[in-house]
Write a protein that binds this ligand. Structure first.
Ligand SMILES: Nc1ncnc2c1ncn2[C@@H]1O[C@H](COP(=O)(O)OP(=O)(O)OP(=O)(O)O)[C@@H](O)[C@H]1O
Length: 445
């Protein structure tokens, strides 16, 4: 049998991928390999030294004394962390030295620190999503005294705690999102995200990646690391799909699949992810009619239409106007009677949103706290003239009445000085002299 030299054995130990340190029976360090130096930061200077003197706290001298093997001892010195196994070296039952084998865990520690940091970031992001996606409205904020709306509120409160999909139907500005947030707020999902998406504002090519997300490399412009879709973001919460009638037929099919299976698949991915999301959809369109004309999938319509709430336009619940005015008008402001009367006759194409915005605008213009007709936005004022035209009497008296009202409106728009009169005359398309004549004729001041 071939006898291998000490040098040969030394080479074996040098090539081992773990750190090795050997001491003799007197605790003197005989040997370390390069990996030991890399892991512990200790170089050749240790050779020939007493281990306990050079490395206080080292347990290898114990092994030398008691002959016991020690496994998995954690050491951290000068920022170097490693795990050591120790064993005695025996010859004919006598302990003649000891060896320690160590594995560096600095890389593992660095990775674990990195992982902890990422976990913290994820938790922070999740908290941010929940905060950003929390609702600001609840049922108490839905102001109404109309019986139809009170019924709506009653039904919405009842279905809030279920997981049923809800379909909200109503014109723009009637309060569909307000209802949707209130339902979420009254449900067990209130501490989870409420995410609203307007299907009409996202191009058809993007909507699927917005809703379902994608994996890295799913398409050429896909972001590194992929993207989480709104369904995943809204997990355990509510997804409000506004203007659902604008979704393409194709996306409708995928949405139906998600509703039926309770799972989504990111674009480009093969695996399904379970999601628990309540859908509240809203539209101003007649989905039933659209379904009959094959513009909206019938199966999706029936799936969504389980609980539906139709929110009437403001023009059909005028009894709400005084309450809403009270709610939206800044304190210390009031409406002139003419304005209140006009608000009742106006047809409110933008519904409550229009009323709210109009009041903010008028309050800015009304210096003395009283909102008058002249403070209303032009588009509304134009209607005042139309609505208030005298509609009986001779043609001449009707024309004169309309003329007088219109001139009066124009006069109110400008200052009461010569420059204001000039502007009013120019807008009316008459001379300054004829404006003064008409002011006298109709006793406008
Ligand atoms: N009954 C109500 N009481 C108090 N505020 C209301 C009421 N209805 C609507 N609003 C307010 O009117 C504005 C418009 O409401 P919302 O956004 O819910 O309407 P919408 O029907 O979702 O509109 P769109 O379809 O255009 O998105 C919001 O500021 C909302 O708070």
């Amino acid at each position: 049998m071939r006898i291998y030299s000490t040098k040969w054995w030394e080479k074996v130990i040098v090539s081992i991928n773990d750190g090795i340190l050997v001491i003799d029976e007197f605790e003197k360090v005989l040997f370390i390999n390069p990996e030991y130096s890399r892991i512990t930061g200790v170089g050749k200077e240790i050779i020939g030294k007493l281990l306990s003197g050079f490395r206080p706290g080292a347990q290898l001298p114990e092994t030398l004394k008691d002959g016991k093997t020690r496994v998995g001892i954690y050491r951290e010195i000068n920022g170097c962390a490693y795990v050591v196994d120790m064993a005695p070296i025996e010859d004919n039952g006598k302990i003649i030295g000891a060896v320690s084998v160590c594995k560096g865990i600095n890389e593992v520690k660095a990775l674990s620190n990195e992982l902890n940091k990422k976990v913290k970031q994820v938790i922070e992001l999740q908290e941010k999503i929940t905060k950003l996606s929390s609702v600001k409205y609840s049922f108490e904020q839905i102001i109404t005294q109309s019986s139809e709306m009170l019924d709506n509120k009653h039904i919405a409160k009842k279905i809030a705690s279920s997981n049923l999909p809800v379909l909200l139907i109503g014109e723009s500005g009637t309060g569909k999102e307000l209802f949707s947030q209130s339902i979420h707020d009254a449900s067990d999902r209130r501490d989870h995200p409420f995410i609203a998406v307007n299907c009409a504002t996202i191009p058809d090519t993007l909507i699927e990646s917005e809703l379902f997300g994608y994996v890295e490399g799913a398409f050429t412009s896909a972001k590194k690391g992929g993207k989480v879709g709104l369904f995943e973001m809204a997990n355990n919460g509510t997804l409000f799909l506004d203007e659902i009638g604008d979704l393409s037929y194709n996306v409708q099919a995928n949405l139906l699949r998600v509703l039926q299976e309770g799972t989504i698949r990111r674009i480009g991915d093969t695996k399904e992810v379970k999601v628990d999301v309540r859908i509240i959809a809203a539209t101003h369109q007649d989905l039933n009619q659209m379904a009959q004309k094959y513009k909206f999938r019938q199966d999706l319509y029936y799936r969504l239409n389980v609980a539906h709430i139709t929110i009437p336009p403001l023009r059909n619940r005028k009894e709400d106007i005084p309450l809403l005015v009270k709610r939206f008008l800044p304190t210390n402001y009031q409406l002139h009677n003419d304005v209140l009367q006009f608000l009742q006759s106006y047809n409110w194409p933008g519904n409550i949103r229009e009323l709210k915005n109009m009041l903010s605008y008028a309050a800015c213009l009304a210096d003395d706290g009283v909102i008058e007709l002249e403070h209303l936005p032009e588009v509304m004022r134009n209607q005042i003239v139309d609505d208030s035209i005298q509609t009986d009497g001779t043609l001449r008296s009707v024309v004169e009445s309309a003329e007088a009202r219109y001139i009066n409106q124009m006069l109110k728009r400008y200052e009461k000085n010569i420059e204001g009169r000039r502007l009013a005359a120019s807008n009316l398309g008459i001379s300054l002299a004829s404006l003064y004549n008409k002011i006298r004729k109709y006793k406008l001041e």
